[in-house]
Design a protein around this ligand. Structure first.
Ligand code: DER
Length: 223
C-alpha cells in the first residue's frame, strides 16, 4: 500500500545515519521494523553496528535479520530509530504498540533520536489517546486519578486473548483521552507522578530528527 511504501522509505532513510561503531536503539512498530530490516541488510553488507531492542518485537526482528544485540548496561546508544503515533514538532505521542516504556528508556539514552513515520503522523497539536502503562494492582486508583486530571481512561483490551493487553513488562495499559494537548509538559509530569504509573506515551521534546516517508520520496528535517 502507499502508506506501507512511505513507512519503508522512512525506515530505510533513517538507517543511512548508522555508521561503523554505531550502537542503534531499535524502535517498535511497523515503521521501525522497516528500519531494523534495512539495518540488517547493511550488517550483511559489512556495517559494524550493535542494536539495543525496545521490545520483544524489535528483538525478534533484529535476531531474524542478524543484527548483533547489546544492552544499555554494556553500550552507549549513539542513535535511536523509532516510530510514533503523532508528531508535533519535537513532541511525540507514542505507545500505540504498547512498547513505550522500554522505547522511552532507549530513546532518552540515545545521543540522537530519529523518528520514522508516514505523513499521516504529523499534526499541529498532539490530540490522540495517551497510553499509560500501569502496574496491574494500580489500575483503578490510576484511572481515578486520570479522570481527576480531565482524562478518560480505557483499559486496553486484547483481540486474540481473553482480558486486557499485557505489556512486555507484564503490566496493563490505559489509553487516556485528554483531547488536544498544546502544552504536554505539565500533563506528562502529572502522569509520571502518579503512584503505579510505569510510563506514559508523551515523549516531550524528544525528536531530534524526523524522517517522513512519502510514496515516492522522504523528507528529513530537524523539528
Ligand atoms: O508504539 C509505538 O510508539 C510505536 O512507535 C508505534 O506507535 C508506531 O507504530 P507504526 O510505526 O506501526 O505506526
Amino acid at each position: 500500500s502507499e502508506r506501507e511504501a512511505a513507512k519503508r522509505r522512512a525506515g530505510e532513510r533513517a538507517v543511512e545515519a548508522a555508521e561503523d561503531g554505531s550502537v542503534v536503539g531499535l524502535g517498535s512498530g511497523s515503521t521501525a521494523a522497516h528500519a531494523i530490516r534495512a539495518l540488517g541488510r547493511e550488517v550483511d553488507a559489512g556495517l559494524d553496528v550493535e542494536g539495543v531492542p525496545t521490545s520483544f518485537q524489535a528483538r525478534e526482528i533484529a535476531i531474524d535479520v542478524g543484527i548483533p544485540l547489546t544492552t544499555l548496561d554494556e553500550a552507549d546508544v549513539t542513535l535511536a530509530i523509532d516510530g510514533a503515533d503523532q508528531i508535533a514538532g519535537r513532541d511525540l505521542l507514542k505507545g500505540g504498540g504498547g512498547a513505550h516504556a522500554r522505547e522511552k528508556i532507549v530513546d532518552a539514552a540515545a545521543d540522537r533520536l530519529l523518528v520514522v513515520a508516514d505523513p499521516t503522523k504529523e499534526v499541529d497539536v498532539l490530540d490522540g489517546p495517551v497510553p499509560v502503562e500501569v502496574l496491574p494492582d494500580a489500575r483503578t486508583p490510576v484511572a481515578d486519578a486520570i479522570r481527576r486530571l480531565g482524562g478518560r481512561p480505557e483499559l486496553r483490551r486484547a483481540d486474540r486473548k481473553s482480558g486486557p493487553v499485557v505489556s512486555d513488562n507484564g503490566n496493563l495499559i490505559l489509553d487516556c483521552e485528554f483531547g488536544a494537548m498544546p502544552a504536554p509538559t505539565g500533563l506528562a509530569a502529572d502522569l509520571s507522578a502518579l503512584p503505579g504509573v510505569v510510563e506514559h506515551g508523551l515523549f516531550v521534546d524528544f525528536a531530534d530528527e524526523v524522517c517522513l516517508g512519502t510514496e515516492t520520496d522522504v523528507t528529513v528535517f530537524e523539528p
